[in-house]
Design a protein around this ligand. Structure first.
Ligand code: FES
Length: 197
């Protein structure tokens, strides 16, 4: 009897492990070169996915897919975090009061660990995927651009924490999904039950 129970438990653990995808596709600031696809089963179940951040260089972005949506992880440099302060006066919802994120991401960095920004890459206007425009004063956006994300569909702009600028069509900041750090360089998206990094 106890052996049957143990076998059943082992099967359950094996299934749970199989449903957790492991990914590690690293991008530079140039996005959309490729994306990780979870298994069809994991996709159907909306299972949490694990992302390996060990090869993500400072200033770079990694893109994966979770529940059919792009998830970005940006490894922000100290300079990028300073850019957040410059953007704050121009933001519609700087404290993320009208935006969607877990409680632990309701801060300026919108993150558990300010170095790593985890966010859904979906514009809160009509759902296009914005472009990363990390460099301040990027003339393809504007001369006074503080760095962030730009949605070319209708011109919405977001800072490096995904906070929306005033005067654009998007009504809210980019959405931060639930996530947790399994180790310093391994994050699980879709579950926020473990500790912050
Ligand atoms: S969908 Fe992004 S600005 Fe319209």
């Amino acid at each position: 009897m106890s052996e049957e129970v143990d076998l059943g438990r082992r099967r359950l653990l094996t299934t749970a492990t199989a449903l957790t995808g492991a990914v590690g596709v690293v991008f530079t600031a140039t996005p959309f070169l490729a994306s990780w696809k979870p298994s069809a089963r994991a996709k159907a179940m909306g299972a949490p996915i694990e992302i390996d951040l060990s090869k993500l260089e400072p200033g770079s972005m990694l893109k994966v897919e979770w529940r059919g949506k792009p998830v970005w992880v940006v490894r922000r440099t100290p300079e990028m975090l300073k850019q957040l302060e410059q953007a704050t006066p121009f933001l519609l919802d700087p404290k993320s009061e009208g935006s969607v994120q877990p409680e632990y991401a309701k801060n300026e960095a919108r993150a558990r660990n300010p170095e790593y920004f985890v966010v859904l890459g979906v514009c809160t206007h009509l759902g296009c995927s914005p472009l990363p425009k990390f460099d301040a004063a990027d003339v393809t956006v504007s001369a006074d651009w503080p760095g962030g994300f730009y949605c070319p569909c209708h011109g919405s702009k977001f800072d490096l924490s995904g906070r929306v600028f005033k005067g654009v069509p998007a009504p809210a900041n980019l959405t931060v999904p639930p996530y947790s750090f399994l180790t310093d360089t391994r994050v699980m998206v879709g579950s926020d039950t473990s500790q912050s990094a």
